[in-house]
Ligand binder design. Structure first.
Ligand code: FES
Length: 515
């Protein structure tokens, strides 16, 4: 394969190139609905769609544009092979639950396919095979255990092969999962939004929700939506004061490298990497007109806990060069947030600490598409008071004794970050910041999150996260302030982007620049 000439790096994600931001009016009046859905990603939009198709009066609110959050940043691997592996799920939750997880994941792919067909959504939906291979350093038994668990738990056609069908990259032994899928996430959402408009769903974008109370959702503007049922589909719940203890936020990185058309066989490929020293990688192809893009992702780390935010991109490029020498330099690159649940399963259903009319869906790890579809089906059934075979399995109120160790590890890390970052003195001064750069700097006993914009103006906020008081960290690659404790993220000017925080960083008047 000849190496393509580098196309030059473009801003944003590959997907955003094809779809204009999906925007509606902001909430500018008080509204009544039967259900209000907060969050315009896959879970929120699909839940609104199912409910509207069932005759409910639905309102949907999104803080930015539809698909602006994690859905538009995903690589849309639609796979029933869960990140934690079926061998691990069976160990933690038992045989019957693991089988139910497999059933729900396969059904989720069918759900997405059925919606694509029903709504005739032109989103590049394609049925492909998925290949799981060993990362260097993972023992060979891992694959054999997963093969045996997958076969037993409901994937009778999974195969153990000597290698994946990639010419330039000998993956070594791998598992082949037939009938997985891929699509263009924003084209899919655009098709669904058209259906929402047809179903008369009231959609409000650029509407930040600041309060959820009883049967009422209040936007920062003070406008309200009253509804009997409230669905919080915000990736990390923005209402549950204690729920963040059950999950941890990670950043995952993606590069999109041009490759000659049809030079890489379509499919989903991912390895068994799981963390530091054994990084996780995933690969898929996105078809284009004159050339394709190879999407390579991974190099995950806990949100707000990196010393060098360029390192994951460098590592992905190196990994790709070694295995796909025909791939050009990345044309796009971006990162997204993944929420890892403490006991390996998503939390979907009634919020554990609130009235029974408040629903959440979170903790999807890297399986956002199948969990998003599963969540939409479960939430629809709970709201309609129908039976759902998986509602109990994914209930946010469940308890799992085996998850306790993991719970302690994740929260010990939070306590470390809470204390250690306060003792470190910030080395930068706000005067030394270049345009477009930010940093956490120390001023007396306070820590400030300071950003110098392209015009040279400084913006200063308190660096104390309004969620529970950890210190945020500057993420130079995304140009955000990220919280290392539970993954809240803020714009350079301190506006909240990602919960669990619901408030902005507290603004502080900058001191006049020294001459
Ligand atoms: Fe919890 Fe920042 S997200 S303290």
């Amino acid at each position: 394969m000849n190496r393509l000439e580098p196309a030059g790096r473009r801003p944003g994600t590959l997907w955003a190139e094809d779809v204009r931001p999906l925007r509606f009016d902001a909430l500018d009046r008080d509204v009544n609905a039967e259900t209000v859905v907060i969050g315009g990603g896959l879970t929120g939009v699909l839940t609104a769609y199912f409910l509207a198709r069932s005759g409910k009066r639905v309102a949907l609110v999104e803080a930015g544009a539809i698909g602006d959050g994690e859905t538009g940043r995903s690589t849309a691997h639609v796979t029933a092979a869960v990140d934690f592996g079926y061998a691990g799920i069976r160990k933690m939750h038992g045989e019957a639950s693991a089988r139910a997880v497999a059933d729900s994941q396969r059904a989720a792919i069918d759900t997405i396919e059925a919606v694509v067909e029903e709504e005739k959504i032109d989103c590049g939906y394609e049925t492909v095979d998925g290949y799981l291979f060993l990362s260097p350093g993972t023992p060979a038994e891992t694959l054999e255990d997963e093969f045996s668990a997958s076969r037993t738990l409901g994937f009778p056609d999974v195969e153990l092969l000597p290698r994946a069908p990639l010419a330039s990259f000998d993956t070594g032994p791998c598992l082949r999962y037939p009938r997985q899928a891929q699509l263009h996430p924003l084209l899919f959402l655009r098709g669904l939004v058209r259906a929402l408009v047809r179903e008369k769903v009231q959609i409000f974008t650029d509407t930040h929700v600041s309060r959820i109370h009883a049967h009422e959702v209040t936007a920062s503007s003070g406008r309200r939506i009253r509804a009997r049922d409230i669905v919080v589909a915000t990736h990390s719940p923005i209402k549950n004061v204690l729920f963040f203890l059950k999950e941890a936020a990670y950043r995952s990185y993606v590069i999109a490298c041009p490759v000659e058309k049809n030079s890489v066989p379509g499919g989903l490929y991912w390895d068994t990497g799981s963390g530091e020293g054994n990084s996780y990688h995933y690969v898929r192809l996105a078809r284009g007109v004159s050339y394709d893009h190879l999407l390579v992702g991974g190099e995950d780390h806990k949100t707000g806990q990196a010393d060098d935010y360029e390192r994951p991109y460098r590592a992905l490029e190196e990994w790709t060069r070694e295995r796909f020498p025909g791939a050009a330099a990345p044309e796009y690159r971006w990162s997204g947030q993944v929420i890892e649940p403490v006991d390996s399963l998503a939390f979907i259903g009634r919020s554990p600490y609130h009235a029974d009319r408040l629903y959440i869906a979170t903790g999807y790890s890297g399986n956002g598409w199948t969990y998003g579809a599963t969540a939409a089906s479960i939430l629809r059934d709970l709201i309609l008071r129908r039976k759902n075979a998986w509602a109990h399995l994914y209930s946010p109120t469940r308890k799992n004794a085996r998850a306790t160790m993991h719970f302690l590890e994740e929260n010990l890390n939070v306590f470390e970050k809470f204390g250690a970052d306060r003792l470190k003195s910030a080395k930068r001064s706000s005067e030394s910041l270049a345009p477009g750069e930010g940093a956490v700097v120390r001023k007396g006993r306070s820590h400030l999150a300071v950003f110098r914009d392209e015009a040279g103006e400084r913006h200063s906020c308190s660096a104390v996260c309004p969620h529970l008081g950890c210190l945020v960290q500057w993420n130079g690659a995304e140009k955000t302030f990220d919280c290392p404790c539970h993954g809240s993220r803020f714009t350079p000017e301190g506006r909240v982007l990602t919960g669990p925080a619901t408030r902005d960083l507290r603004p502080i008047e900058p001191a006049p620049a020294s001459k």
